[in-house]
Design a protein around this ligand. Sequence first.
Ligand SMILES: [Zn+2]
Length: 331
Amino acid sequence: MNWRKLLLQKKIKPYFEKVLDNGKLHHAYLFSGPGGVGKRTFAKLLARKLNCLAPETDDEQTCRQCLKILHNNHPDVQVLAPDGAFIKINQIRKVISDANLKPLEGRKKVYIITRADQLKTEAANALLKVLEEPNPNVLFILTSDKPFSLLPTIISRCLMINFTRLSNQEIEEHLINHYHLPASEAAQAALLADGRIGRAVGLLDSDKKNERSDFLNLFLGLLTADSFLNYYKLIGELLAGTKEETGERMRFFTGWLRDLILLQMGVDGLLLNSDQVASLQKIKYRFPREALENLIYRINGFCQLQTVNLNQTLYLENTFRALFLDTRRAI
Ligand SMILES: [Zn+2]
C-alpha cells in the first residue's frame, strides 16, 4: 500500500495533496474518528509522502525512507502509543528532546501519537509547550477515537481531521485490491466490519476466524445446557483479555443473533455470518424471537457501559440467566 494506491477516506487524501502543493501544512493535526478506520495508516502514509525519495514510483521496494517508515525503524518518524494504560510524561519528554534535533535522514520529523486521549495530564501539558512553539522541521499527528477527552488547549493547537466509517463497498474494494480476497469473502468481511477497515483486516486473520467459530460452538452448546453452570465457562471466556477483545466477542454474538432473526424471517441473503449458515439454520427456532431481541438490547447496553465502571461479570450473568430461562421455556 502506498499513497498513490490509497483509495480510502476519499476526501482526506485530496485535502492533504492540496495543502502540500500550496506549502500550507499545519504543524499539528488531530485525526479523530472510530477505531479501525485508518487514522494511523494514513498518518504513516503522510509521513512517507513527506520524506519519500522516489515519489514517482512511491514504492517501499525502491525507497529506503519509505521502507524504514513502513517498518517503524526510521529515526525521524516515530509512532507513540500508551505505555500500559496511559501515555506517560517520560515518553513525551523523549519526543520533546528529539524534536529539537534536525532530521537525521529524512526531510521532516513526524511524531504520530496514537490514542492521544490517553495522555496523562502532565504529559499533555508538556506536549502543549511544543505544540505552542511550532518547529518547521516537525509535524505532530495525534489520533483519537475520543478527541473531546483531550485537553481543550491541545485540541485548539491542532487542526482536527475527521475520519469517518467506510462504506461496505470501499472496504470490499480495498480487500480485493490489497489482500486479493475473492469477492464473496470480501463482501462478508465488509458486512462484519461495521465500517472499519482495521476490523475487516483483523477478521481475515485465521486465529480470529477460529475464535469466532469457537465462540459460536460454545454458544450453541448452551442450548442444550441443563444447568446455568455451563454459562460460567462462556462468561469467563468472554471476559478474558482486554475490554476491546471482550467488546469484539460481544459483537460476534450480536451478529449471530441478528442472523438468527433474519433466518427466522426467511431472509438469508444478508447474513453477517454466511460461512456459519448451516449451524445457524439448525438452531434458528430454538430461541424465541423476543429473547433474541432482548439479548441484542442487553449486549448493546453492555458495550456502551463497558467504558464506565461496570461490573462486567454480574451484568453478563444477569444477561445470560435471562437467555437460559427463555431457552428452557422454549423447549
Ligand atoms: Zn518513498
